[in-house]
Design a protein around this ligand. Structure first.
Ligand SMILES: [Zn+2]
Length: 192
């Protein structure tokens, strides 16, 4: 055993157990919003749409990333809050031409963290309540909630780019008029 350890000691760098510094902060999967608020933390990064099962059935594509920028803190009234914004481009179905249409979502976030619905009623008007009654919350759930509020009920392309309009503006299909000779021929046939 000691021989094996000696082998690794010789070939591995001294701080091999230490993770290298991440180039970009990786977003945690679950968060404790109260703790982050008290620590005055900030979260920035990308989170995938895949797995947001309440949102994605209404989308034309589940591919995409949401840019998340959230600041946690405690305000003068001792309310733990989350502010910031989330940005993404969602693919919805155009209600005119039924083709996918990109909908840019840039939603400001202003959440007051409360343990129950009763406390939510006491929040200042600037805050939407975020009821947290569990030790941790999936970050994706908070982001998904915000996206669900931001998604338009009806999506459509701009009139200039919609396929439905292109079809409308095309020359109407020429109506094939029956040759008067064919009409005469049929009359002759039925009368004989
Ligand atoms: Zn369209």
């Amino acid at each position: 055993m000691s021989e094996t350890l000696g082998f690794f000691d010789r070939f591995l760098p001294k701080h091999y157990h230490g993770a290298p510094m991440a180039m970009q902060e990786r977003l945690p999967t679950v968060i404790d919003p109260y703790r982050l608020a008290e620590a005055g933390r900030e979260l920035r990064g990308q989170i995938g749409l895949t797995g947001m099962d309440r949102l994605t059935p209404g989308l034309a594509s589940q591919d995409g990333q949401v840019s998340v920028e959230l600041r946690f803190g405690v305000d003068g009234e001792k309310v733990r809050y989350i502010t910031g914004h989330i940005q993404t481009t969602l693919k919805l179905q155009c209600q005119r031409c039924m083709q996918p249409v990109d909908v840019v979502v840039d939603r400001p976030v202003s959440l007051g963290i409360v343990p129950n619905a009763t406390d939510a009623e006491w929040l200042q008007p600037g805050y939407e309540p975020l009821i947290v009654d569990t030790p941790v919350v999936p970050l994706a759930q908070i982001v998904e909630d915000e996206l669900l509020l931001a998604v338009p009920m009806v999506a459509a392309h701009d009139p200039g780019t919609c396929q439905a309009n292109v079809v409308q503006e095309e020359e109407p299909a020429p109506v094939v008029k029956e040759s008067p000779f064919a009409v005469l021929a049929r009359l002759k046939k039925t009368s004989s």
